[in-house]
Design a protein around this ligand. Structure first.
Ligand SMILES: *[C@@H]1O[C@H](CO)[C@@H](O)[C@H](O)[C@H]1NC(C)=O
Ligand SMILES: *[C@@H]1O[C@H](CO)[C@@H](O)[C@H](O)[C@H]1NC(C)=O
Ligand SMILES: *[C@@H]1O[C@H](CO)[C@@H](O)[C@H](O)[C@H]1NC(C)=O
Ligand SMILES: *[C@@H]1O[C@H](CO)[C@@H](O)[C@H](O)[C@H]1NC(C)=O
Ligand SMILES: *[C@@H]1O[C@H](CO)[C@@H](O)[C@H](O)[C@H]1NC(C)=O
Ligand SMILES: *[C@@H]1O[C@H](CO)[C@@H](O)[C@H](O)[C@H]1NC(C)=O
Ligand SMILES: *[C@@H]1O[C@H](CO)[C@@H](O)[C@H](O)[C@H]1NC(C)=O
Ligand SMILES: *[C@@H]1O[C@H](CO)[C@@H](O)[C@H](O)[C@H]1NC(C)=O
Length: 521
């Protein structure tokens, strides 16, 4: 094992959408450079990648900016002649695009519109919990602006400023919520108060339940906006991660209990009891309520007796030309940044993976992951063993992006990579990073989890992102597929968005900022 101590580094999530900027001491600053920023667009153009979008009128990062972006996407999709067959697929009024935001826990966020007059929020999408809450009538909420949010300025929901807002009363059946939410009727007040605790340390939201309208768009035209009353939490007091960089503008629980938005939409008969989330390698994604996926998707049963979690059984893991022995169960949680595995399973994966990589393993207490590997000088290509999870029933769940890259802060050159999994004492969670590159279907009607390789833009037959295709090369021997490191040759030249120097000694501080575990397990 070599040591990295002399090499300051940065972490790069496969397509370099985020850059961390750390200053001395305990404080840190992170620049938000996602796919849609000017800098990233210039960079994409300089790399000859198709320019995605040219921001014109709206200020970068404003709600209008995102709306324009989504209109652009729709135009693009309709030019490609796409149309949705199903008529009962709904998405958010501002569009079905989600964006993975590196500085906000690497989770996927969507623009969610509620209330009269309407207001739009940048809300984290979380399949590990059930309640939808917004920062509301704030007593203790995250700040409305922060370097972590880029140019965005968030709003808070005020119940007295929405004419359609109604408090849920104590006696109402709607106050009869799942035990994980701890709704209660306290003392003299007649409001249905709630408290929900998440797996991230000391992280909670509390307030009272309200009913108000949610704006949804039907089909793929974005027209036909419907307003449907739903119950959500008016989050007066947030604690822990919610006050920093995790879901500062609200969280939408997409679990199976009756308080989650997909459940409410299905109960109303608006959609099928299913929804899909696509997690693009470029950080863009999609969320469609009522989507049951395609007939050719792979599937595995959801464990029925473990309601309300999306809990699946795995028989083994296939890593390169070997496979592990233990079977296990794991939760599928879009609200957890990186995959977490119980000790035994973690050990089997990391050992088998390490046996099959050619780079030297490195250890450094500042690295957020334990299994990291260093490139040899001049290396431009990395050949990784494939990682597949064999699910109950035999379908292979491909882990398209098991690693994150390490990049030198001084030269911007790639210096290595880490297997992006974390150990735990007893729980297995398939987090956001292992879902990337796939469209995942949470079919609660059939009680199956479905998946298919998907870039979130192209037609159903798409098998990967353009970058993947361009980068893939014939695979030597059993170690398929070979992945050319696409950033390798470009990195030194990308001065325009290059992150400012970061002392590696405080990377671990920064890491806690981008690791979120939002589940109620
Ligand atoms: C929200 O309100 C604005 C201003 O009244 C309006 O232009 C817009 O169409 C509304 N959005 C939705 C989704 O209804
Ligand atoms: C709503 O309540 C807040 C205090 O919670 C107050 O500052 C605001 O003025 C109220 N707005 C209206 C329209 O009454
Ligand atoms: C929601 O589910 C809980 C149990 O999880 C049940 O007690 C309650 O009656 C349900 N509420 C409604 C409104 O269906
Ligand atoms: C969590 O809260 C407890 C009690 O308030 C406190 O002692 C502890 O230090 C907190 N932990 C973290 C990681 O903030
Ligand atoms: C939502 O995304 C899908 C692709 O997953 C696309 O076909 C559809 O047109 C999009 N709908 C809207 C309203 O943006
Ligand atoms: C998932 O289901 C298995 C089998 O029923 C159960 O043992 C395990 O505790 C469940 N996982 C969680 C986190 O609830
Ligand atoms: C797997 O591949 C590695 C390296 O390519 C080789 O050393 C090993 O013997 C192979 N294992 C099996 C079971 O074929
Ligand atoms: C891994 O999964 C993919 C996608 O399901 C499949 O095409 C491939 O054959 C699998 N590879 C192995 C070695 O199981």
């Amino acid at each position: 094992m070599a040591s990295l101590t002399s090499l300051p580094f940065l972490l790069l999530l496969f397509t370099a959408l985020t850059a961390f900027t750390l200053t001395a001491g305990d404080t840190f600053r992170v620049d938000l450079h996602h796919r849609y920023s000017d800098k990233v667009r210039q960079w994409a153009e300089s790399k000859g990648l198709p320019a995605t979008w040219h921001p014109e009128k709206a200020p970068v990062g404003s709600v209008e900016y995102y709306k324009d972006l989504i209109r652009h996407d729709r135009a693009l999709l309709s030019r490609r002649g796409r149309s949705l067959a199903a008529t009962d697929v709904y998405t958010f009024a501002a569009g079905n695009e989600t964006v993975r935001v590196g500085t906000l826990g690497n989770l996927h966020y969507a623009l969610v519109t509620v209330g009269t007059p309407n207001q739009t929020f940048l809300v984290a999408m979380d399949t590990g919990s059930d309640l939808f809450w917004l920062p509301c009538n704030c007593k203790q909420c995250a700040p409305l602006t922060s370097p972590l949010y880029g140019n965005l300025e968030f709003s808070i929901f005020k119940t007295n400023e929405s004419s359609t807002s109604k408090a849920i009363s104590c006696g109402s059946s709607q106050c009869n919520v799942p035990t994980s939410v701890h709704a209660a009727c306290t003392g003299t007040g007649s409001d249905c108060t709630y408290t929900i605790n998440y797996a991230s340390v000391n992280t909670s939201s509390s307030g009272f339940l309200v009913e108000d309208v949610l704006y949804l768009a039907k089909g793929d035209t974005g027209a036909d906006i419907v307003q449907t009353p739903i119950v959500f939490g008016c989050g007066e007091v947030q604690t822990g991660s919610f006050l920093k960089s995790g879901a500062p503008n609200g969280l939408m629980g997409l679990g199976m209990d009756n308080l989650s938005v997909p459940t409410m939409l299905a109960k109303k008969g608006l959609t099928s009891d299913s929804f899909s989330m696509c997690f693009g390698a470029d950080g863009s994604g999609r969320l469609n309520f009522g989507d049951k996926g395609s007939p050719d998707q792979s599937e595995t049963p959801l464990i029925v007796d473990n309601y309300p979690f999306y809990n699946i059984s795995l028989e083994r893991m296939v890593i390169g030309n070997s496979s592990t022995k233990s079977s296990f169960t794991a939760l599928v949680d879009s609200g957890t940044s990186f995959t977490i595995l119980a000790k035994q399973i973690y050990q089997e994966l990391t050992t088998t993976f390490t046996e099959q990589v050619t780079e030297t393993q490195i250890s450094d207490a500042n690295l957020p992951f334990e299994f990291c590997y260093q490139f040899s000088s001049g290396q431009t290509k990395v050949v990784l063993p494939i990682v597949n999870l064999t699910t109950k029933g035999g379908s292979q769940f491909p882990v398209v992006h098991p690693i994150v890259y390490l990049v030198s802060e001084t030269s911007q050159a790639p210096i290595g990579y880490c297997l992006a999994v974390l150990p735990s004492t007893n729980i297995n969670i398939i987090g956001q990073n292992f879902l990337t590159g796939l469209r995942i279907v949470f079919d609660r009607e059939k009680m199956v989890l479905g998946w298919k390789k998907f870039d979130c833009y192209n037609s159903e037959t798409s098998t990967g992102s353009p970058i993947d295709k361009k980068a893939s090369a014939p695979s030597p021997g059993a170690q398929a597929p070979s992945t050319l490191f696409p950033e390798a040759t470009q990195l030194p030249g990308r001065k325009s968005w290059a992150p400012v120097l970061s002392p590696s000694t405080i990377l671990s501080t920064a890491f806690s900022v981008f690791l979120m575990v939002f589940g109620i397990f």
